[in-house]
Design a binder for this molecule. Sequence first.
Ligand SMILES: [Zn+2]
Length: 331
Amino acid sequence: MSESVAKTELPIAYSWQMPQWQQLAQLVDSARLPHALLISGPDGIGKHRFAQAFAASLLCEQASGFSACGQCRSCQLLLAGNHPDFREVCPEEGKRQIGIDQVRELQGFVGKFAHREGGKKVLLIHPAEAMNHFTANALLKTLEEPAGDTLLMLISHAPSQLLPTIRSRCLQMKFGVPGGDVAKGWLQHYVGDPAQAEHLLAEAAGRPLAAKALFDNDGLSRWLGYDGRLSAVVSGSLSPLQFAEELAGEEVLDVLDWWLGRLMALSRHLLAERPVPPGVWQDLAGRDSRLVMDQIDKALQLRAKLQRGAPLNKRLLFEDLLLSWFAAVNR
Ligand SMILES: [Zn+2]
């Protein structure tokens, strides 16, 4: 149920997260840090690492300039993945929801004072929407009477799906897609080529870590492959059901990112005369923008469901997406 923060070095916040980092630094400096933070925003922008970096700095025994030293006993315990005053809860391997037992097991952690005298305890839950109604209520009950100074950090890609009673007890920190050149500079440093960095970021809707993942796992050529298969469906040489079956063997969120990315590009083209996405999508560029918006809504709802850990049959999911798309365009 718990996961180590890092193995070789402690995480630090990303360069585009400095405004939020400063905001927390001010709260800590003025002793106004609340007991619960909700860190929300799209997937792929580094919220998790931000939360881990903040936890490390709060637990560090000699943080300087508000970042963990990496040397003290607390930092060493975090590096070793067994800090007694830190817990991280995420869905267990192979599962998409956080189990109620995982939350009940936190009772001991929440009920004991920090090991370091006068120190804080930090509980990180990621992603918070992976808790269902029962689990979220169990968490609230667990947190009713914490011993000592306990900070709850919830990370969420879909905060609207959290229980209002959870949301209302947190200070909400919204993280958007980073603007300006900071993310581009970071990615360019990694991939080496400015034009490629720009292309990757555009494909990933501006989300730097999603863009990096596309680069790392050759996502752009994989997406072009999906375009090619979709094109075969449009030309009638491949059935939508067969394509759905192929897609069911792929990483579901990656396929949804491709689908959504192309639809978003199409909608930008329809609404603002922006460039049309590649290949097969050009055939659909003359369509009604409402139709595209409906398909975007559908895909976004599916992604939200997936992120919440709802059980889904991948083949049926893709069949539904493809059939509804073709029903709409052939109407
Ligand atoms: Zn330290």
